[in-house]
Design a binder for this molecule. Structure first.
Ligand code: NAP
Length: 246
């Protein structure tokens, strides 16, 4: 079994978007990083290569977070190749924007299975397999606060994640593991930009008092704080990183 001296961080959905920025930031912070992906295999390999070229430690591990067996195997692969996990970032997620009345059973099930069951699967595994003193960062959304029409199913999944966060933080008593969530506002990634007109993007851009779209690095900074030495006394909290939107 290969073991590294560094602390180990799993970032789900880390091949692209916010997850990739989080992986880059945690690698720069000194973590050995697991780049989890579901379908973006080429992007995951490219990110591993970039991080290794910069002198960091990274591996890519394929797992659909909505499948408990995939998640078990991701923890197995991490332990075999790097060691026990210190940080888990539950970034993987999907969003389909449409009125509740127009939402199909399929979209409802897929959104809950990735966003909610995916988070449940990794938390359950982490409960017994993470190192004492570990950090967990879940992903919510500021739409839980803005309650925009069209976001009922998506925001519903993230409201569940927020509740998991608060309760799981208490269930980790005795293991010195913190559990928090970041709740971004609009961030310039595929998830936010896809399907929106320039005009709508402009509206979102101006909505927060800081009057810009968030960048993946803005969220990576918040995750780095919660996962790093300065965030150790923050536990069971939801951090809305959104330029003051709500
Ligand atoms: P994105 O650019 O669409 O990327 C989504 C990521 O999730 C991809 O890496 C994707 O991996 C991964 N993923 C999807 N289904 C998966 C599955 N079943 N198993 C494993 N990975 C899976 O989205 P993003 O904007 O970076 O969003 C990241 C997180 O931030 C999400 O939880 C999202 O809800 C939250 N968020 C985003 C915004 C925003 O405005 N962008 C705002 C608030 C909250 P593959 O490519 O390998 O499939």
């Amino acid at each position: 079994m290969t073991r590294v001296q560094k602390q180990i961080a799993i970032v789900t959905g880390a091949a692209r978007g916010i997850g990739a920025a989080v992986a880059r930031r945690l690698a720069a912070d000194g973590f050995a990083v697991v780049i989890n992906y579901a379908s973006s295999s080429a992007e995951a390999d490219a990110l591993v290569e970039t991080l290794e070229r910069a002198g960091h430690t990274a591996i890519a591990v394929k797992a659909d977070v909505s499948k408990a067996e995939d998640v078990r195997q991701m923890f197995d692969a991490t332990e075999q190749k790097l060691g026990k996990v210190d940080v888990l970032v539950n970034n993987a997620g999907i969003m389909k924007v449409m009125p509740l009345a127009e939402t199909s059973d399929g979209v409802f099930e897929q959104t809950f299975s990735i966003n909610v069951q995916g988070t449940f699967n990794t938390l359950r595994e982490a409960a017994t397999r993470m190192n004492i003193g570990g950090r967990i960062v879940n992903f919510s959304t500021s739409v839980v606060g803005t309650n925009l029409p069209g976001y009922a199913i998506y925001a519903g999944t993230k409201a569940a994640v927020e509740t998991f966060t608060r309760i799981f933080a208490k269930e980790m008593r005795g293991r010195n593991i913190t559990v928090n969530a970041v709740a971004p506002g609009p961030i310039a990634t595929d998830l936010f930009l896809t399907g929106k007109s320039d005009e709508l993007i402009q509206q979102f851009t101006k909505a927060a008092p800081l009057e810009r779209l968030g960048q993946p690095e803005d969220i990576a900074n918040a995750v780095s704080f919660l996962a790093g030495p300065d965030g150790g006394w923050v536990n069971g909290q939801i951090l809305r990183a959104n330029g003051g939107l709500v």
